[in-house]
Design a protein around this ligand. Structure first.
Ligand SMILES: Cc1cc2nc3c(=O)[nH]c(=O)nc-3n(C[C@H](O)[C@H](O)[C@H](O)COP(=O)(O)O)c2cc1C
Length: 200
């Protein structure tokens, strides 16, 4: 049996980054002693070749590698800093270049960070609809953390940590039921057909 591969992606343009730290902490929590492989990428890894690419073929190798990893992953942990009430432009641009069928049925745990608590619902009103477009299997609990929830660059708030633990448990449960989901996809081609119509 292959080890499930979880890929984390942060839409922050800088390092150190609270968003990357949140995605990393979430990944560690999901692993929780399990034999999962976890790799994390961010906009910095994708490099300057991401922003200038209109089509997939225009991508430079570093940007292409990040998108390939996202498409091939068994599950995703995504995060973005809130910029003007939404995701960063390059976070959205990267997902604009993802194959519309590549995330169908893929478990996705949603996280975001912001300067304060005002935009906490960005995870529900901006990020969840994006993964709804992809017909991904979003984890019910999403995690939002603001500047005050971090200490020395690491997530410190007990309430956010508890929510992260809840979300991580839900992602683990989805990964545990992975074979059944794959079987369902094969049995129900209409599921894929629906995604193709949505993507057209
Ligand atoms: C251009 C820009 C726009 C921002 N807009 C918002 C915003 O609308 N709401 C908010 O809560 N924080 C906003 N912030 C603050 C960041 O979301 C916050 O500091 C975030 O945690 C930074 O994450 P990072 O350390 O991963 O880059 C903004 C920051 C920048 C640089």
């Amino acid at each position: 049996m292959t080890v499930p591969h979880i890929v984390g992606f942060s839409g922050s343009l800088r390092r150190p980054s609270k968003t990357r730290a949140l995605v990393e902490a979430t990944g560690k929590e999901v692993i929780h002693g399990r034999a999962f492989r976890f790799d994390i990428f961010d906009v910095v890894d994708a490099g300057p070749g991401l922003g200038g690419a209109l089509m997939r073929e225009d991508l430079t190798l570093p940007a292409s590698r990040v998108i390939d990893a996202i498409e091939r992953a068994d599950a995703l942990i995504i995060g973005t800093p809130v910029y003007k009430g939404a995701y960063t432009g390059l976070f959205k641009h990267l997902f604009d270049l993802v194959d519309p069928l590549a995330l169908v049925g893929k478990p996705v745990l949603i996280t975001a960070t912001g300067g304060g608590p005002r935009h906490a619902l960005v995870v529900e009103h901006v990020l969840r609809p994006l993964f709804g477009f992809f017909t991904a299997l979003t984890v019910p609990t999403a995690v939002y953390a603001s500047d005050a929830d971090f200490k020395d660059g690491a997530l410190a708030d007990a309430g956010v940590r508890a929510r992260l633990g809840e979300a991580a448990g839900q992602l683990r449960a989805l990964l545990d039921h992975r074979p059944a989901q794959h079987a369902r996809e094969i049995e129900e081609p209409a599921f894929r057909q629906q995604a193709k119509i949505a993507a057209a």
